[in-house]
Design a protein around this ligand. Structure first.
Ligand code: SDX
Length: 438
């Protein structure tokens, strides 16, 4: 029950009353700028001896944040208050990076200074080349990214003192700047081609495309349409509130671990097919379906509780409306396919699958709309990336969101180590049984 105290006509909710057995407990209610209020249950255990229970955190706010706001019912995504559609339409990825890290859109001078610093942190320590030699060539690039990003802390001891604001910002810039270089190295290593060094006269995303697709034997010209499209894809993936990988980064950071290790933990979590691995899984699903006439049998499998098959790229824990990023992604797909002059038959399968899913009662009832991963696979494949690189690109873009959320957590004066409790359903205490009596 929620008690409200009205001051001057504005309802200011102050507490939620809980009746637990003989306990009557008042918990303070906190209101945000927009979006759901929260019941602060920090004192619940102390007052009642009971925990709350919320596996998957479907109704739990883990922190207070000013970075990203999502309204799943309305399909709204704001970064520091700016709609994703406007950021994707009017700005570029490094502008969004500045906004997420500093909280405001940069002036022209601030943007130029930020780009200058990012550009001059794009090289990695030359020893990293030897680090890569330890991997099998057929290692999944995400495995390489988890390891190599974690290894960055072995090279940059001068920016791992998280109590120093200057070192926190240097580490943040280094992470944003070096991810494209490491991602391109992971790709080159997997195809047996030599690494390509960053080139400072290129913009962030063109530099990445060149490091991926240039070879020493000939000049490489970046296609500006593809660079602009990939830069927009990076904007769409930059941050997304307290998703699984961001929560992983926050929890790792809450122990005081260095930022490189925390980002490596985020990459590991993103790899899962239910999260960032869905773009790779979605394309594999479209390839398995193959043709439009085979869609009905896969729709039936997706509905079958006894079949683990799910429509990858559909559904979302928060969005119960169309993922606003998916709409922009779909348009980008058409731009890229036109630029490369290819007509991917899988796009026909994707469009028909979406049409059916948006009319089928099972998906409509469960509000399962396409999410950002549904179209990204087709787009990245058209750009020339192998399926195994899709989640690497997601991690590249999400690094700025992870690091911004990590900084916000570290700079929160109320920050403490995260340590959830549990509902224990195992054995109560019992005596040890010697082997000869078992
Ligand atoms: C990302 O959190 C974020 O913000 C993530 C992300 C980000 O930017 O960080 O947006 C990126 O991870 C996007 C999501 C990518 N994952 C996929 O596309 C994988 C396929 N989607 C599902 O695995 C699922 O929809 C989740 C994991 C995304 C969400 O799962 P929930 O919220 O836990 O929902 P649920 O599993 O409880 O499903 C609710 C119902 C169930 O049916 P019932 O038991 O109620 O009968 O919907 C069904 C599910 O079986 N369902 C699906 C389905 N997704 C959910 N059925 C078929 N196909 C699907 N894709």
């Amino acid at each position: 029950m929620r008690s409200e105290h009205v001051i001057g006509g504005t309802a200011m909710s102050v507490s939620a009353k809980f009746e637990l057995n003989e306990h009557q407990v008042d918990m303070p209610v906190k209101d945000g700028t927009i979006g759901p209020s929260v019941v602060d249950i920090a004192k619940l255990y102390g007052q009642t001896g009971m925990f709350t229970f919320d596996p998957g955190f479907t109704s739990t706010a883990s922190c207070e944040s000013k970075i990203t706001y999502i309204d799943g019912d309305e399909g709204i995504l704001l970064h520091r208050g700016y709609p994703i559609e406007q950021l994707a339409e009017n700005g570029d990825f490094l502008e969004t990076c500045y906004l997420l890290l500093y909280g405001e859109l940069p002036t022209a001078a601030q943007k130029a200074d930020f780009v200058h610093h990012i550009t001059r942190h794009t090289m990695v320590h030359e020893q990293m080349m030897r680090f890569f030699q330890g991997f099998r060539r057929d290692a999944h690039p995400m495995a390489v990214m988890v390891a190599s990003v974690g290894a960055l802390s072995a090279f940059y001891h001068d920016s791992t003192d998280i109590s120093d604001p200057t070192q926190r910002m240097i580490a943040s810039m280094r992470m944003v700047a070096k991810m494209p270089t490491l991602a391109a190295m992971a790709y080159k290593y997997s195809i047996g081609q030599p690494f390509v060094y960053p080139q400072n006269d290129l913009d962030y995303t063109s530099n990445f495309l060149r490091m991926c697709f240039a070879v020493p034997c000939e000049d490489y010209q970046v296609n500006p349409v593809l660079s602009k499209a990939l830069d927009r894809i990076f904007i769409l993936h930059a941050d997304h509130e307290q998703n699984a990988s961001t929560s992983t980064v926050r929890l790792a950071g809450s122990s005081g671990a260095n930022p490189f290790a925390c980002i490596a933990a985020g990459i590991a979590c993103l790899w899962g097919p239910a999260h960032g691995g869905a773009n790779e899984a979605a394309l594999k699903m479209l390839e398995e379906i193959g043709t439009v006439d085979r869609i009905p049998q896969f729709i039936a499998r997706a509905k079958d509780k006894n079949d683990p098959f799910r429509l990858m790229g559909f559904g979302h824990r928060v969005y119960k409306n169309y993922d606003p990023r998916a709409k922009i992604m779909q348009k980008t797909t058409h731009d890229v396919l036109k630029a490369v002059g290819s007509k991917d038959p899988l796009l026909d399968v994707a469009v028909e699958l979406e049409r059916i899913a948006l009319t089928d009662e099972y998906f409509v009832e469960r509000k399962l709309y396409p999410n950002i991963d549904f179209y990204s696979g087709i787009t990245l494949k058209a750009m020339g990336f192998p399926t195994s690189m899709f989640t690497v690109l997601f991690a590249l873009a999400r690094t700025v969101g992870w690091i911004a959320q990590w900084k916000e957590m570290i700079e929160d004066p109320g920050q403490k180590i995260g340590r959830p409790r549990q509902l224990y359903t195992g054995y109560a205490k019992r005596e040890y049984v010697p082997t000869n009596k078992r």
